[in-house]
Design a protein around this ligand. Structure first.
Ligand code: ADP
Length: 581
């Protein structure tokens, strides 16, 4: 009668628990969905968009040769600045020579003397001349007169300038007056005994003479001298200034005759330090004011813009790929951690409901039996004894559960201490099982106990080892249905003490086997859901075993049964006396 009352009381509650579990499962699934949605919308989508945009931009840069274009623009700028500097210097050098020019009013001898002086002071000048109404005075660098081509050039220029100015001096003077700084440049290739050369000429009006007079002065720059004092200096300056800007790639620059035929090897007039190396200029620029007929060329030393562009694009793709991998990895990790935290939160709330339910069951039973006894309705001594036993057993269950929870909270708080004492382990195991023997047999279990009585004493925390054993035995009883068997073995193997608890119950799926030792973890088996439990037992067993320097293992086949083996090292168990959780 009592049993039926009990069943009536708890059948309803079991149904409620099942409903709660289902609701929790549903809510868990919903939360999970919400989490995935948040991760997807707030993180995954923007990250994927960012990766895609970057990737397409890189593709566009690669396709449009964007890097090459940037380098070319930069090169054009460098060349423009170089030309400007060269021009500026050429104007200054011309003006310096012009300042030393004789007055058109001095006599021819004076004019010759002064022009010779200028040529002596400025050896890079090959010719200097002054034309005025009285005629032309044309002087050439005496040092160069040994060269037959130069001599011919002198004779030819003297003659042709005389004729030319005789006819066109007025037009020339008017033209030059309109030009900036009153100087007009021209230039072109000439011959010398050593080979091809370049000559740049500057024609000017004298600032101190009135503009309506027909006075013209001029100097010619000898290309090979210019190289050293003008081109070289400015190329050096530009290259060393840009060396730090170009990310370690040194520039090579040169000045060369602009009319070099395509495909022909370029013979530069001046080259920046480090030499030109192989190949054509990446960008070139023809001088269009002072040194007409010459051009500037630029490239990188030892590499090409195309190769640099390719390397840059490849490197960027690689970096993007690595960053994408890191983002994806981070997302996977975040999802993993968040899911784990959610699972733990769910386990905790399951735990609270399981524990309260488990506390209520023995309490209700104790009250029921105590009330029945109190009413004095039970007359036979035998029945009374049975009720007392049930009350004791249920209060023992309560104590075991509360001990588990207390132990767990101590472990969580890091306050669990073990008290190791020399113990006859065979006796400890036997006595612990003895107090359960009645319950085991009552539940219809075939019980096999095999304890090796020749074991040496070991230092263990007795209460803790007994609790671990009780937890394992309780699980074997809880999770067996059809074949009710419990086997406990204690033996030594290779210096290790082994305590085995085996059953032929529902077993544990392989994927759950490593998780069951985690706190709050309970498998999804329907029997487990219908059986009371806190999910703490095995985590305590593992903690106790590890505190003794041992380990716990499980072998199980679903539907066939499980075997938990607790291994304690015989030699070192004595040294664990100071172990703490
Ligand atoms: P509880 O039994 O209170 O749920 P435990 O930590 O003792 O918590 O066990 C964790 C889980 O491991 C159980 O919920 C159950 O799913 C599984 N388990 C433990 N022992 C056995 C066993 N002998 N047979 C089958 N499953 C088991």
């Amino acid at each position: 009668m009592l049993w039926s009352a009990y069943r009536e009381t708890f059948r309803g509650q079991d149904a409620k628990v099942r409903m709660k579990l289902r609701r929790r499962k549903f809510l868990g699934g919903f939360n999970r969905f919400r989490l995935m949605l948040t991760l997807g919308l707030a993180v995954l989508l923007p990250a994927a968009a960012l990766i895609y945009v970057n990737f397409s931009q890189l593709r566009a840069i690669e396709r449009d040769k964007g890097i090459e274009a940037i380098f070319n623009r930069e090169f054009q700028e460098v060349l423009a600045i170089t030309e400007k500097r060269i021009n500026k210097k050429a104007y200054t050098m011309t003006e310096e020579a012009r300042d030393l020019f004789p007055s058109p009013d001095s006599d021819t001898q004076e004019k010759e003397r002064k022009l010779d002086l200028i040529l002596a002071q400025k050896p890079w000048l090959s010719h200097a001349f002054l034309y005025d109404e009285k005629g032309l005075v044309f002087r050439s660098q005496p040092g160069l007169m040994a060269d037959k081509y130069f001599r011919e050039e002198h004779d030819h220029m003297t003659e042709s300038y005389r004729l030319w100015f005789g006819k066109e001096a007025k037009m020339q003077v008017e033209g030059i007056h309109k030009r900036s700084r009153g100087i007009s440049f021209s230039g072109g290739p000439v011959k010398r005994e050593y080979g091809d050369a370049y000559l740049a000429g500057a024609m000017f009006v004298l600032p101190q003479t009135s503009s309506d007079r027909l006075v013209l002065g001029g100097v010619a720059f000898e290309g090979c001298y210019l190289k050293g004092i003008l081109f070289q200096e400015i190329l050096d300056e530009m290259v060393s200034q840009k060396a730090t800007d170009q990310g370690g790639n040194r520039l090579a620059m040169m000045v060369y005759p602009a009319d070099m035929e395509m495909g022909k090897e370029i013979k530069p007039l001046a080259v920046s330090p480090g030499g030109w190396g192989e190949g054509k200029p990446e960008v070139s620029r023809k001088f269009d004011d002072v040194f007409r007929g010459l051009a500037l060329g630029i490239k990188f030393q030892g590499t090409s813009v195309e190769a640099l562009g390719r390397t840059w694009v490849h490197r960027s793709f690689l970096i993007l790929a690595c960053l994408s991998l890191v983002i994806v990895g981070g997302l996977v990790l975040t999802k993993h951690i968040v899911s784990k935290e959610m699972a733990l939160a769910r386990l905790k709330s399951d735990f609270v409901s399981n524990v309260s339910h488990e506390l209520r069951t023995p309490l209700a039973l104790i009250r029921l039996y105590a009330e029945t006894l109190e009413l004095g309705r039970i007359t036979t001594q035998e029945k009374k004894q049975q009720y007392y036993r049930i009350i004791r057993k249920e209060s023992e269950r309560l104590t075991a559960l509360i001990n588990n929870i207390l132990d767990f909270s101590r472990i969580e708080a890091g306050r669990k201490e073990y008290e190791f004492r020399e113990t006859n382990i065979a006796e400890l195991v036997h006595n612990t099982l003895d107090s359960y023997r009645y319950q085991i047999e009552q539940q219809g279990f075939a019980f096999e106990e095999s304890i090796d009585s020749n074991l040496p004493p070991v230092r263990v925390d007795r209460e803790a080892i007994a609790r671990a054993l009780v937890n394992l035995v309780n699980n074997a009883l809880k999770y067996s249905t059809d074949e009710k068997f419990l086997g406990v073995k204690l033996y030594r193997e290779n210096g290790v003490l082994k305590l085995e608890v085996a059953d032929r119950g529902i077993g544990i799926a392989r994927r759950d086997q490593s998780k069951i030792f985690e706190k709050f973890y309970r498998t999804g088996d329907p029997l487990v859901h219908n059986t009371k439990g806190s999910g703490l037992g095995l985590s305590l067993v593992r903690h106790i075993t590890q505190a003794h320097g041992g380990e716990i293992a499980v072998e199980s086949t679903p539907g066939k049964g499980s075997k938990f083996t607790l291994s304690l090292p015989l030699a070192s168990s004595g040294s664990m006396s100071e172990a703490r959780a």
